[in-house]
Structure formats: C-alpha cells, structure tokens
Design a protein around this ligand. Sequence first.
Ligand SMILES: [Fe+2]
Length: 362
Amino acid sequence: MNELNRKILIVDDDPAMQKVLHIILEKAGFDTQIVNNGQEALEILPSGNKSTPVVPDCILLDIRMPGIPGVEVLSLIHQHYPLIPVIMLTALIELETAVDTMRRGAFDYLLKPVRRIHLVETVRKAIRFRDTMLENERLTRENREYQRSLENKVAERTKELQEAYRKLKETNLTTVQVLAETIEAKDPYTRGHCNRVRILSLELACRLGLSQQERVSLEYAALLHDIGKIGISEVLLNKEGFLTEAEKTIFNQHPLIGENIVRTVDFFNPCLATIRNHHEWYNGEGFPDGLSGQSITLPARIVSIADAFDAMTSTRPYRKAIPLGDALEEMAAGKGQQFDPDLVDIFLREKVYQKIRNFREN
Ligand SMILES: [Fe+2]
C-alpha cells in the first residue's frame, strides 16, 4: 500500500497525544491533520462549514473529549461517511465503551499509550479496508451503469424490432389485401367480401377471447380464405343459376387450390387449415375433407360463419342478397348443421353481424 498522500485525521484534545500520533504517522509516510474535538472534526468534513473540506482516509478518534462525546461523533461520521474507517483511542478503563463502539461502526480501537507498530499496522489495515470498500462501490456503480446501458440498448433494439415488425405486418397485410382484391376482380359480385369476412371473423374472435397472435393469423386467413378461386374459371364463378354437379366438383376444389398456393410461404402456415376447411360443415357434410364438430379448427369454424353470413347478405350471380332478418333465421337454422352452434349463438346474441353494415335492410 502506498502511504503517500493518505490523510489521517487525528481527533484528540490532549496535545501530547496529538504530537505522538502525528510523529509516528508522518514517519510512516502518512499526512496528518489534527483537530482538538469532535465539533472541529465535523466542521472540516465535506458537509461541515469549512469551504475546503477534508476527506480523510482514516480517522483516529478519542473517546473522551470535551464537547460532543467521541461515541456520538463516531455515530455522526459513520452515518454520513460509512466508508471512512474510524479507529477509537481509549484508555484501559474505557475498554467496555471501546468494544461497544465497534458495534456502532468503529473499525477498531487502540489502547493508550499507543504502541508505534500497533498504531501503524491498524491504520494500514483500516486504509486497506477503505480501499476495498471504495473499489467495491466503484464496481457496483459501474455494474449498475453497465446494467442500465444494457437495459437501454435492449429497450432501443426492442423498439426498433417492434417498429420493423409493425412495418412488416403492415406490408404483409397490404399484400394480402391486394391478393384478396385480385380474387374479387375475377368475381365482381364478391367485391369487399374478403374484407367483410375479415371484420366479422375478428369481431367474433374478440368475443371468444382469442390471443393477439391468434387474431393476426385469423385476419390473414379470413382475407385469403378464397384465394383458391384464382384457379377457378371466371365463367364458372360468374355463372348465373345453379352449378351442375361437375361444376360443383370443380368449384369445391378452391379450398385445396388456395391451401397449395399459400403453402409456399412459411409466414402463412398458421392460415392453411382455415383456408382448406372454411367450407366444412359442423355435421360433417361440408367439403373438402368432410370434417365435423371440433375436428374443424376454431378459426375455420369462425371464418365459415362470417363467410356464409356475408354471402347470404350479398347479391350473387344466381340470386339477390337476402334481407337481414331472413339471413339471421338461416344462420340460426344452420346451428349444429352447417355451423358450430356455440359460435352462432354468440354471433346472433351479441349481434356480431352489425359490425358490417352492407346488408339490405328488412
Ligand atoms: Fe370459399
């Protein structure tokens, strides 16, 4: 340890003692400063009245002094400067008090008369202790700052990622909307259909408490549910009157065609089952797989309801839009047949259909 420039504050009212301590410590290489009592000591420390405060590396403090007792001075120093070690100076008769000061935060105590080797050794130990404490404090502070800068960086990156994700999502949604409009361009009667199916599906999903992620997948699936119509001829899509059995077979391929188109993009994987199964019936009489009940995924059952309701309330090549009241009756009649009964109940009871206002008034 380098003793140079290490400041030791001596607090003692006895001039002889002051002198002894000063000589021993200066010889050992320490700088000393002497004050006569606790009041003076407190005044030269940074929060005291002096304009040039002293921050000692160690304080030697007499227990018995005029004015504020040494024990009280110790408490005040320890409270405001916990990292400055205080060594108490005591006579043999005050030994009990000296031991008590250790409990109150003194670093150690020295019995008077002070022996040179013992004094220097105790002061060195005290300063090593202070150095270690200061180093610990510095490391803790640095660690805290590092932690804070890391947290800031993480927050910054998270924000950037969220923004990038938001833009990506926006771009994806726009792309999908354009794709959906491409289908509608082939079949002018279905203009706006995909978007309305999206709105109704999302509204129903909200009532069912689906997670944000599930709702995002549902949104894409609803927009893309009829993407397979790209593979069906316009003549067939726009045919007036009912389809023949052969034409129905071709038309019924559109969920499979749609699934195959979308399968090539990983991002749309969560939408595949909905696209494939949006024409399944709850009683198993739908297509293409003849699935029934809960084996049809929830998003597919949701889109099925939204799709059917919007189809009923829109004008088609083979029939005009049916009035709202009739459509609602047909939805109710489809409970457990075409539709999941619980979902239809929510759709009707909570008037989910009001979310779109393009249907004809009764
Ligand atoms: Fe469809």
